[in-house]
Design a protein around this ligand. Structure first.
Ligand code: SF4
Length: 577
């Protein structure tokens, strides 16, 4: 018999896994211990930043003295024991479970739509077709959301989407309803997705292992625009997309591929290609002026940065009292899009509708934002995942073989502040690089704000430069964002500036990216962005020549009448359901 260990003890526990000894902290799950040994067992519903619920039952293992198989993702080790992970009995159980999961989606008549994890696992377990038949009739596909498409027929009820939407984002747009074979993932109160409080962040589509939740595909809209000779088609591409493309095409994530992406986008017909970092700098500069003005008047503080469309929708639904705190600025993509449409339609004497702006982005919420009637800077939004498909199907080029082509003039300058804006805390850092110079009238020497550079999802800091002190708060994911918003609503804080990004780690972990943002991937991407910032010559929004071109040719001055007309908007209280 094993020796029981006091739960309060921090002493490591000795266990064996497949006869290999390993020491673990009390409370470690078997799945974590298995990974500690460098082994792997199949899982579908265990992700590091979401609570495990043991729903998929694929990670079942044998544990000494336990009468039944146990889910490795939820079983916590509190005493010495021995575990077996791949006995014939376990393999039988996994195959049966996989067949039952596959049976759940036999009503799916659609061709395979996305993530390959489910199909790969079935293949690895040696199952080509389940022995069982589907008993239910097929469910209608929910196409109501402009961002996310839900095909209930492909759903295996693993619950990851419900956890991402509820546990992580505190949106609760979808839930698990019914019991047993009648259990189903559904939008709340059996409504359509666009009738709920869904913020279109798209994290459900990143975690879904079967393609039941996927992005609405707009690649054909891009091809149609490229085929229309009467249209000028402009691509605006985010730096996070470049990093995702490097990985998708088998290159190092640190490989600089933006020049190759410009090359291939030109090859498939885009007239012009710009970097989204110009829009980020424009937002940072305009928001710095707005912050100065609010600090002087003392009104509507804290200022909540409005660059994330999913956060804006969360405030509109859940915290309407805080709407006056939102910055009046549109998102960086919408700002830059309106500038591009204005600039080229005037210059080429064409109607703005003939200038098509395609946003290529990690942001699924951009698809929702595109169709907000009051925001009309972007015509088509495609995500990193769609760009992968577009390049594979429409170009035939191997990315790594292409030479670098520069971004188009006159908005061709990359800045460190613009790159940083894709990672949590980066937009605030870019704003501060301008704000403190506006206040002091002198050049800011120390432009890195270490207090904002942590991977923790919620950070508060007091930042002092010369005589000016700001209380700030930064959060990523909407659940941690809600904590900050609640504190503001309850008057528990005296923040001046708040940044909340809906996705894990910020836009680098956006709903349109190929991978779910884990703590490790967030750290890696953040470090990559910090390195890029350090290596670029231009590191402040107001030093970006492309931004200066925009003021010279279109806006005339920061925070002026043109900025108000082109870059700003109003937000609306939306109901709760
Ligand atoms: Fe879009 Fe970035 Fe907000 Fe995610 S964090 S919804 S990618 S703006």
């Amino acid at each position: 018999m094993f020796e029981r260990v006091d739960m309060a003890s921090n002493e490591q526990i000795s266990i064996t896994i497949n006869d290999q000894p390993v020491e673990v902290d009390p409370g470690t799950t078997i799945l974590e211990a298995v990974k500690q040994l460098g082994l792997s067992i199949p899982t579908l519903c265990a992700l590091p930043t979401l609570p495990s619920n043991g729903a998929c039952r694929l990670c079942m293992v044998e544990v000494e003295d336990e009468p039944y198989l146990q889910a490795a993702c939820t079983y916590r080790i509190n005493h010495p024991t021995s575990v077996a992970t791949h006995t014939p009995h376990i393999l039988d159980s996994r195959r049966m479970t996989m067949e039952l999961l596959m049976t759940r989606c036999l009503n799916n008549k659609e061709p395979y739509t996305g993530d390959e994890r489910f199909q790969q696992l079935a293949y690895e377990l040696g199952i080509r077709h389940p022995r069982f038949t589907a008993s239910d009739t097929s469910a209608p596909i929910d196409n109501s959301s402009p961002a996310v498409r839900f095909n209930a027929n492909a759903c295996i009820q693993c619950g990851l989407c419900v956890s991402a939407c509820g546990d992580m984002q505190q949106v609760y747009a979808i839930s698990m309803n019914g019991k047993g074979v009648h259990q189903q993932v559904q939008p709340g109160l059996n409504r359509l997705l666009n009738e709920t409080e869904c913020t279109a962040c798209g994290q459900c589509s990143v975690v879904c292992p079967t393609g039941a939740f996927v992005e609405q595909d707009h690649t054909s809209d891009v091809l149609n625009a490229l085929g229309d000779r009467d249209k000028m088609v402009i691509a605006v591409i985010s730096p996070s997309v470049s990093s995702a493309m490097a990985l998708e095409f088998g290159m190092d994530s640190k490989a600089e591929v933006s020049g190759k992406l410009v090359h291939v986008l030109k090859q498939i017909g885009f007239d012009m290609v710009f970097s989204a970092t110009v829009g980020h700098d424009l937002l940072a500069l305009e928001t710095a002026f707005e912050l100065r003005s609010r600090m002087e008047s003392g009104q509507n503080l804290p200022l909540i940065i409005s660059s994330c469309p999913a956060l804006v929708k969360q405030v509109e639904h859940q915290f309407p009292d805080l709407l006056p705190h939102l910055s009046a600025n549109r998102s960086p993509a919408q700002m830059f899009g309106r500038v591009l449409k204005t600039y080229y339609s005037e210059r080429l004497e064409r109607d703005a509708s003939e200038v098509i702006v395609v946003q290529i982005t990690p942001c699924l919420a951009g698809k929702y934002e595109r169709q907000r009637h009051e925001l009309e800077g972007v015509d088509i939004v495609i995500t990193s995942r769609e760009l992968t498909r577009l390049l594979r199907s429409a170009s035939g080029y191997a990315l790594h073989t292409l030479s670098d082509v520069p971004f188009d003039t006159p908005f061709n300058d990359l800045s460190g502040s613009g790159v940083l804006s894709e990672v949590s805390g980066g937009t605030m850092e870019a704003i501060l690089r301008t704000f403190f110079e506006l206040k002091s009238g002198t050049e800011l020497q120390q432009i890195e704000f270490d207090a904002l550079r942590h991977v923790q999802p919620l950070r508060e800091a007091e930042i002092t430069v010369d005589d000016e002190t700001l209380q700030v708060a930064v959060a990523y994911d909407l659940g941690h964002g809600n904590t900050i918003l609640q504190r503001i609503q309850d008057d528990q804080t005296a923040y001046h500036l708040v940044e909340i990004m809906a996705c894990p780690g910020g836009c680098v972990g956006g709903g349109g990216q190929p991978e779910f943002g884990t703590p490790e991937s967030i750290q890696t991407m953040a470090e990559l962005m910090y390195e890029m910032d350090q290596e670029l010559d231009i590191r402040k929004p107001r030093k970006n020549p492309s931004v200066n071109q925009i003021y010279e040719n279109v806006l005339k001055m920061p925070s002026g009448a043109q900025s108000q007309a082109l870059l700003q908007t109003t937000f609306t209280e939306r109901g709760r359901y």
